[in-house]
Write a protein that binds this ligand. Structure first.
Ligand SMILES: [Fe+2]
Ligand SMILES: [Fe+2]
Length: 373
């Protein structure tokens, strides 16, 4: 007798969303009424719960959503009780008027089984099983769902931990090197948020194949774009005057040095962080490339520059223009947008458009993360 281990593939370096789909396909052999599985990621620092993964073969409606957990009392209760919840008939729920619940109902889901997922004491997110049937969640099926939920959660936890190890090693490295970035910590915070806002804006318009997982990793990796500056001598890095041409040549090396540092850490730690590890390599290396091939370090053109690097480039320039520098006063957001729009051969017009379309969110982040006077 032969038997195929259908779960082998989930340990390959493929996006988590793909892993969730594979598991969902398998689960449907036993519980065909499960029409959707989703995972929402919780950030305890900001109390924000965000859609992260979803497997939903016959619908596509519920990504790119975030909310404060404190504003969703029904889920908050699950956090405190540390126990799952069955909703037998969603259509009879009136209390929860959150947009997300409304969208779930509108997509035709009738019932749900939700589990809060913890690592030690910390809440890391929620797993949702949804069905188009009424009251299918019963008896021993629930035990099977618990097992699947914990398999899914283990895979997620593994990747989140790998990413965390990687990011904290990079942070430690910059501390040990007494690395002082001439750019501020607030700049790095803004970069994480600007890149998320832009990517979500592009995704909402159905541009490119961007999902929540892409956005989550983009935002996590964005602050590392200039990690290679660790390798640039202070007298060049902190020179208040304009750099001489040969100094600028040295400065440009921060892109390749950044890539080297990332490669080194990945191989030393022997981590296989996620399928998004290429994104982590691209961001430091390629964030100064321009569409017309006049950027550096390689002079790549258009499609040779991956989307993540194009988004980071726009966010970085926009933030530089709208910040005070020793040699210039900051521009207004409008002036910076006009400048970016005047140079569509350098920066993607679609990305600049996504930035402009979401200016109110950008302003919110600018007010929250200001440079110290
Ligand atoms: Fe840079
Ligand atoms: Fe920067």
């Amino acid at each position: 007798m032969t038997h195929e281990d259908v779960f082998q593939e989930v340990h390959n370096q493929i996006p988590l969303n793909r892993k969730l789909t594979l598991i969902h396909e398998n689960l449907q052999n036993y519980l065909p009424f499960i029409d959707r599985i989703a995972f929402a990621l919780y950030d305890s620092k900001t109390d924000i719960l965000r859609t992260f993964l979803v497997s939903e073969p016959h619908a596509h409606s519920l990504c790119l959503y975030e909310s404060k957990l404190s504003e969703v009392p029904s889920l908050l209760a699950l956090k405190h009780e540390r126990s799952p919840r069955i909703i037998e008939d969603i259509s009879r729920l009136y209390g929860d008027s959150k947009e997300h619940s409304r969208r779930i109902k509108e997509s035709g889901y009738r019932s749900s089984y939700t589990l809060p997922m913890f690592s030690d004491e910390a809440l890391l997110g929620f797993i949702f099983f949804n069905s188009r049937q009424k009251s299918p969640f019963q008896g021993a099926d629930l035990n099977l769902l618990d097992l699947y939920a914990h398999l899914i959660f283990s895979l997620i936890l593994f990747e989140l931990n790998q990413t965390r190890v990687l990011l904290s090693s990079l942070k430690t490295l910059s501390k040990i090197m007494h690395f002082k970035d001439p750019e501020t910590g607030a700049h790095l915070e803004r970069m994480a948020h600007f890149s998320r806002i832009i990517a979500a804006g592009l995704a909402a318009k159905g541009k490119y194949r961007i999902d929540d997982e892409f956005i989550q990793f983009l935002s996590a990796f964005a602050p590392l774009h200039d990690i290679g500056k660790i390798g640039i001598p202070d007298e060049i890095l902190f020179k208040p005057q304009k750099l001489e041409p040969q100094e600028f040549q040295v400065m440009k090396q921060h892109t390749l040095k950044g890539r080297e540092i990332i490669d080194l850490i990945i191989s030393n730690l022997q981590v296989k962080p996620t399928a998004y590890v290429e994104m982590l390599r691209h961001i430091p290396e390629l964030h100064h490339e321009k569409l017309n091939g006049r950027g550096y370090p390689h002079g790549y053109e258009k499609d040779q520059i991956p989307l993540e690097a194009q988004i980071i480039a726009v966010a970085d320039i926009f933030d530089a223009l709208t910040s005070d520098r020793p040699y210039k006063k900051k521009w207004t957001n409008e002036e910076a947008l006009i400048y970016l729009k005047k140079h569509p051969s350098e920066w993607s017009a679609e990305i600049v458009q996504a930035l402009e379309d979401n200016m109110s969110k950008i302003v919110e982040i600018q007010q929250k993360f200001k440079d110290k006077e």
